[in-house]
Ligand binder design. Structure first.
Ligand SMILES: [Zn+2]
Length: 227
């Protein structure tokens, strides 16, 4: 496990060298964004305490196993804090893989292990959740959601983008890190979502896999040149 502190409000915790979750300080404590793979709950909770507070809520970008792996253990450990995920992604959290009538018919990819924890809140596009503006970014999964911290412009892009070996749309990663692309459901939607993120006033970009990208807008424009 590696902890990287980016500001007084933000810590990045990286497991297995490639799987990120984030501790974001809000007025009442921390929001943890994604929970990485299984077996990380105690370390995430300890990292929050060491950062000076308690986790108040768990926020999920999407329902893949490397983002919800420690959800149940963390939820149990914290005594039932709020859990939030997009309205569209919520069924995938309990392994309901049914596609909606207006969605592309491609097969869902990647691991959806499900969880026993139920969302206490489902998110809709444009909603403000704490300091985070919710931005619907489907494609990697049907209900993938990104979050913009409106206080400082940190964009939490989940697997809409990856930043191992530089910033890339999930459909066009470097050859040595193909996993998020292999787990992507619909490439066309994923590319449209990556382009949609250009509309937001981001300063830096925090992804599910890879380093924090500090010059977010310039790097995203560059990354999208070839899509
Ligand atoms: Zn994913």
């Amino acid at each position: 496990m590696k902890i990287t502190q980016h500001s007084n409000n933000l810590r990045q915790i990286t497991f297995l060298g490639f799987s990120n979750c984030y501790l974001l300080r809000e007025a009442d404590g921390f929001t943890v964004i994604d929970t990485s793979v299984g077996g990380c709950a105690k370390q995430i909770a300890a990292a929050a305490r060491e950062f000076g507070g308690e986790i108040r809520r768990i926020l999920l970008t999407h329902a893949h196993g490397d983002h919800i792996g420690s959800l149940d253990a963390l939820h149990d450990l914290l005594g039932g804090v709020d859990v939030a995920i997009s309205e569209r992604e919520a069924p995938l959290l309990h392994k309901d893989m049914t596609l909606r009538a207006d969605e592309p018919k491609g097969k869902l990819k990647g691991s959806y292990p499900g969880a026993k924890s139920r969302p206490t809140h489902t998110l809709t596009d444009g909603e403000l959740y704490g300091s985070l503006r919710c931005i619907s970014t489907p494609g990697h999964t049907p209900g993938h959601m990104s979050f913009l911290d409106e206080r400082d412009g940190t964009l939490f892009a989940g697997d809409a983008l990856t930043s191992i070996g530089g910033l890339h749309p999930v459909t066009n990663p470097p050859w040595y890190f193909p996993l998020p692309k292999m787990a992507t459901w619909d490439f066309q939607l994923a590319d449209a979502s990556a382009r949609r993120l250009l509309e937001c006033r981001m300063v830096c970009i925090a992804t599910g896999h890879g380093r924090l990208v500090t010059n977010g807008r310039v790097e995203l424009e560059r990354a999208l040149e070839n899509t």
